[in-house]
Design a protein around this ligand. Structure first.
Ligand code: FAD
Ligand code: DLZ
Length: 509
């Protein structure tokens, strides 16, 4: 019988992959390939590239150890065609294979490329997720609004996680109102588990250093896990040391602490080194053993079976046009400081610096610092999307795009959110200590020294009054705006205009 090729992509590094289940080790050949087509379609952070290449090399060795025949292409292999379809064609001619089995990729771009491949590629559903496309579509069918909370309750029922029969544990589905404490003075968690580079990682670091030196992001020190055992250890470290306080300080931010009580496992989960079920089971077990409170465990599980699954559902439900949506008509260029951190706004410079150093920022930094600023300043959402896709180690379009185009930039016109996530500086001041070291004055609402978030916030509401003026969830803010004196409103709008002018001229802000 003629053998087939089994394609495994860089974010499909799971033993229990649908394409692998279909394969026969006696006749099929696995193809794994480091290619510029994937490594350069956006300028990925060097840590993200190194993480994936090292994890791909180790996963290939693991499969070989299990008895699979693996054809692995290294980036610097002279025969490398530098694209996934190109490698499939090359490997097919080497092996005589006439078809390819693959698990569905997480980006429409690559799905289309595989569909156009001259060799037939059979795509199997990516069932490493809890909710299939068909199940999400059925849930969405006929609903006026696709709100995450309702979807999440379905997923709780489906999994039985934190359930007492058909009732939610503790009587409530969602403990979010307990999860908004500002940053405490002292953090008792010293951050994610760090892994010293081994020989495979060192080899990849040298390659990435040579080939991707111009990309935004620092490669060293490189501390990510690059195999399943490491990822499991990092998960255990979080569950034992940080989960109990995850809920309380989920929305907090600190100038000197990059991780607070966050798990920092998204890059492992999204690459396939961890599975949602084992993560949620570990969190639930900590609750049942009285080692973590309900607000923390519910909040954490909600991120994974709620937000994560919901975002993927939205991406595939909305289709390839989603990333081009621009409901608010924003067209300003992404400021250069997103690539340097060179801004006097302390919160932005710190969030961007840590993104540069770690290929990581936690949710509130992504949403309320970099995302909030881009939305208030009217930046082109496609440029914002490409930035997020490039700079974070956990970024793939299926999860990044609904978070950016939908949740953060409201460019989808309200598919993900019922109102835009915008705030003035006061929210940042309340939830962080950035403002203490900022060159701008958080208490000033207009003028050269005022925190730009303050006046940009009102200018955004004013600019989009036709869109949001009748939104009941925003009525209070519009009433506050209209109660301000005309002089105050004018000073606010003038400050915003002057600031945006400076931004457009490329002046330091
Ligand atoms: P924790 O705070 O410890 O949360 C636990 C897990 O829950 C995460 O590991 C992640 O798997 C999941 N999760 C939490 N929130 C979300 C969410 N909104 N959507 C999907 N999963 C979620 N997450 C990505 O995985 N990839 C992205 O490219 C990405 N881009 C984002 C862009 C913006 C503008 C925003 C606002 C959020 C984005 N997120 C993205 C969601 C979230 O910020 C990250 O999942 C989280 O910061 C990862 O860090 P952590 O592992 O420490 O998460
Ligand atoms: C992100 C990424 C990078 C940087 N490099 C590769 C690669 O060389 N080979 C590969 O198979 N996958 C890579 N990936 C992950 C893919 O881009 C990812 O599979 C698609 O974007 C679909 O989610």
């Amino acid at each position: 019988m003629v053998g087939r090729l089994i394609l495994i992509l860089g974010d499909q590094l799971s033993d229990d992959l649908s394409a692998l289940r279909e394969a026969d080790p006696a006749r099929d050949t696995i193809v794994i390939a480091e290619v510029m087509g994937e490594a350069a379609y956006v300028p990925h952070h060097p840590k993200k590239i190194a993480f994936l290449f090292a994890a791909m090399r180790k996963f290939a060795a693991r499969l070989e150890g299990q008895g699979w025949r693996v054809l692995y292409t290294r980036l610097d292999d002279p025969e490398n065609t530098q694209s996934i379809p190109g490698e499939l064609i090359r490997r097919a001619s080497e092996t005589g294979a006439v078809e390819v089995l693959a698990t569905e990729p997480g980006e429409f771009r690559l799905i289309a490329a595989l569909e156009d491949c001259p060799i037939p590629v059979h795509l199997f559903p990516d069932d490493r997720f809890l909710c299939s496309h068909a199940e999400f579509d059925a849930w969405a069918e006929g609903r006026k609004e696709l709100r995450m909370e309702w979807f999440y309750r379905e997923m709780r029922r489906k999994t039985g996680l934190l359930m007492q029969g058909d009732k939610p544990e503790g009587g409530k589905w969602n403990y979010d109102h307990d999860n908004r404490k500002p940053a405490p003075g002292e953090i008792t968690f010293d951050g994610p588990m760090r892994f010293a580079p081994d020989e495979t990682v060192e080899e990849v670091l040298a390659l990435v250093e040579e080939r991707f030196a111009g990309n935004f992001g620092t490669l060293h020190p490189f501390w990510f896990a690059t195999d399943r055992d490491g990822a499991l250890a990092a998960l255990g470290h979080f569950i034992a040391n940080a989960l109990p306080r995850f809920g309380d300080y989920q929305d907090a931010m600190l100038d000197e602490n990059r991780f607070l009580y966050h798990s920092v496992i998204s890059m492992y989960l999204n690459a396939g080194l961890l599975h949602w079920r084992e993560i949620c089971a570990a969190a639930e077990a900590a609750y049942r053993a009285n080692e973590a409170p309900l607000n923390a465990v519910e909040g954490f599980i909600r991120q994974i079976i709620g937000w994560r699954e919901y975002m993927r559902g939205i991406y595939f439900h909305e289709g390839p046009g989603y990333t081009s949506m621009n409901a608010l008509g924003h067209d300003r260029k992404l400021p250069d400081f997103y690539w340097t951190g060179d801004t006097d706004m302390r919160c932005l410079s710190r969030a961007i610096e840590q993104t540069r150093d770690e290929a990581y920022a936690h949710h509130i930094q992504r949403l309320m610092i970099t995302g909030n600023f881009a939305l208030l300043a009217g930046i082109d959402p496609h440029q914002v999307h490409e930035w997020y896709l490039a700079v974070y180690a956990d970024a793939y379009e299926w999860v990044e795009a609904p978070n950016v185009i939908g949740m953060s930039q409201f460019a989808d016109g309200g598919i993900v959110g019922s109102k835009p996530y915008v705030s003035g500086g006061n929210y940042i001041h309340k939830m962080s200590d950035y403002c203490k070291k900022c060159a701008y004055e958080i208490g000033d609402k207009s003028g050269d020294k005022a925190c730009p978030y303050n006046y940009l916030y009102w200018a955004f509401l004013h600019r989009h009054r036709e869109n949001f003026g009748r939104n009941p969830r925003m009525a209070q803010m519009y009433r506050t705006w209209m109660r301000m004196s005309e002089d105050k409103r004018k000073a606010t709008l003038d400050s915003a205009e002057a600031f945006l002018g400076r931004l457009d001229r490329g002046a330091r802000v």
